[in-house]
Design a protein around this ligand. Structure first.
Ligand code: 6CS
Length: 312
């Protein structure tokens, strides 16, 4: 039989490379076939999630940036400066996190989804039309964010006018000046040519892009133990593969961008310049607790404990 797996990026992007490895592993070890559906083949992120919940798709990769309305707690990944910028610590967090492997597993299960894994996709940078050195530079800037209420709060706290949009509207929105900024990891800024429609890249160090891979839960629960084990093994193999694959990826992407557009301005904010953005994080954390109550509080605490353990 054939299992369908949809994701939010092109086949050569990080989610696509993960999915390709998952498919290879699963097909090597079982009789099942996996058919991959990159971004654009079945609709936007919200569409593929609906299809996965309905069982039309067996697997889906949806980033927490789009899961906020379904699972409000998933917005925790948008508390700025929560995740470490050190790759080793970051990877260790994703590898061992109880918040992910226990708390989030339960929350996704309540939505008929078997959470298989979460993994990072790289440091997020802002791309804008004008230079951003401080929150006041974001005043009046319509800044596109994924459709996630906490990300909206985050960019409000950063001084911008947040504009939640599905991915498909971002390039055109920047081109026609309906929006003047967006954030994404560098590989994606490169592969989707965001640099063509913005002029400045700003490293504020405020986040790393997190994504999540899941299976339809009824489908998963109905599988033999052997198949479940094969899926877990393929997930683990793809997880380690994608962490390794990303070594040097952001550096390569920025080189590609500079080559494609030599006058692209690249600004790395100093510690001093980051301070007001970091100060905004406390407000965003409060908003997160307001939005999610005890359940969110528990997740945040577990995440902080996991992060502490990962930094040892
Ligand atoms: O910004 C977005 O909407 C997209 N960014 C990434 C890195 N992956 C998928 C997502 O749709």
């Amino acid at each position: 039989d054939t299992w369908k797996y949809a994701f939010e990026e092109a086949i050569t992007d990080v989610q696509g490379v993960f999915a390709t490895k998952f498919k290879e592993e699963l097909e090597k070890n079982t009789d099942h076939e996996v058919q991959l559906y990159p971004y654009g083949t079945l609709g936007e992120s919200a569409d593929i999630m609906e299809q996965a919940q309905a069982g039309i798709l067996q697997f889906v990769d949806q980033s927490p940036g789009f899961t906020g309305s379904l699972i409000p707690e998933a917005q925790v990944f948008f508390v700025p400066y929560l995740l470490p910028s050190d790759t080793k610590e970051l990877n260790s967090f994703f590898r061992n996190s109880k918040a992910i492997n226990e708390n989030f597993k339960d929350l996704y299960a309540q939505q008929n989804l078997e959470l298989l894994t979460m993994f990072p996709e790289g440091e997020v940078v802002m791309t804008t039309k004008e230079e951003v050195r401080s929150p006041s530079d974001l005043d009046e800037v319509k800044f596109r964010v994924m459709t996630n209420p906490l990300l909206v709060e985050s960019y409000k706290a950063f001084g911008a006018t947040p504009t939640p949009l599905p991915w498909g509207e971002v390039y055109g929105g920047l081109q026609t000046n309906i929006i003047q900024g967006q954030e994404n990891p560098l590989f994606f800024v490169d592969s989707t040519k965001m640099y063509e429609v913005t002029d400045v890249i700003t490293y504020a160090g405020h986040n790393n892009f997190t994504t999540a891979v899941m299976a339809n839960k009824e489908f998963y629960d109905g599988l033999s133990d052997e198949d479940k084990k094969a899926i877990q093994a393929a997930t683990d193999a793809a997880f380690e593969y994608i962490l390794d694959y990303q070594k040097g990826l952001s550096e390569q992407a920025i080189e590609n961008i500079k080559k494609a557009k030599p006058d692209m301005k690249v600004v790395v904010l100093s510690e001093e310049e980051r301070a007001p953005f970091k100060a905004a994080a406390a407000t965003v954390e409060e908003k997160f607790i307001e939005m999610t109550g005890d359940s969110g509080k528990a997740i945040l605490e577990q995440m902080k404990a996991d992060l502490k353990a990962a930094m040892k």
